[in-house]
Design a protein around this ligand. Structure first.
Ligand code: DX5
Ligand code: ZN
Length: 221
């Protein structure tokens, strides 16, 4: 995989919530590819963040891909709201979806890209039953809920397995990694097969955003 294909998705979770419009704009001006939104409900994960109305209010600040990561119970209840908010990709967690196949189809039917995420302790074998329903797989490399956690290295083995399955089946599915990613490990995760890197604290905690994104990109070369 070449550096040209690698996308950086800064996560607003580590941004300054008092000026999110400016933060979103700084990602676009700083060469980011996606804006990653972490939606948390205080049930599936211990933290609470924001919902579709906040995402909608930020849509006018950027034309980048809005990558919406739902860490909420019963996400199928809110798909329509997030589509209306301007999401381009919607990720649901397999751990929250007893009817995963149907929920992914629902996301696709609403005209946006469908994606499924799995926690560090979740086995990826279920993917073999839903490949035709997903555009992206989001591999959690920390336990979801908070920014700034340490990268869990067993996720590399999981990504390698997923990447191999995608290649073997000749599929067109992206692999995104989320949690503890920065210049120190970006190259390694790309080597394992990821092509989209979520980065929260390594972007917004290392401002200016432009140079933080650049140092992640440079580390991959
Ligand atoms: C964690 C979120 C991540 C978070 C990553 O539950 O899904 O997107 O923002 O933050 P860092 O990059 O700081 O680990
Ligand atoms: Zn996330």
């Amino acid at each position: 995989m070449t550096d040209k294909n690698i996308k950086i998705a800064p996560s607003l979770l580590s941004a300054d919530f008092s000026c999110l419009g400016t933060e979103v704009k700084s990602v676009e001006d700083g060469g980011g590819d996606y804006i990653h939104f972490d939606v948390m409900d205080g049930h599936f994960v211990p933290n609470i963040t924001f919902g579709p109305s906040l995402i909608k209010s930020l849509r006018r600040f950027s034309s980048l891909v809005f990558d919406v990561h739902l860490m909420i119970e019963k996400p199928e209840r809110y798909i329509e709201d997030f589509v209306k908010s301007g999401a381009d990709i919607i990720t649901v967690h397999v751990e929250t979806c007893p009817h995963l196949h149907r929920t992914l189809q629902m996301i696709r039917d609403s005209g946006v890209k469908s994606s499924v995420s799995l926690n560090p302790g979740t086995d990826p074998f279920f993917l073999d039953y839903i490949w035709d329903k997903v555009d992206m797989v989001l591999v959690m490399s920390v336990n979801p809920g908070f920014g700034g956690q340490k990268f869990i290295s067993s996720s590399l083995k999981k990504i390698e397995w997923i990447y191999r399955r995608i290649k073997d089946e000749g599929l067109n599915v992206d692999i995104e990694i989320d949690g503890g990613i920065g210049p120190e490990n970006a190259k390694e995760v790309v080597k394992s097969g990821c092509n989209i890197l979520v980065a929260g604290s390594s972007v917004f905690g290392k401002k200016p955003v432009l140079s933080a994104i650049k140092s992640i990109r440079d580390s991959i070369r």
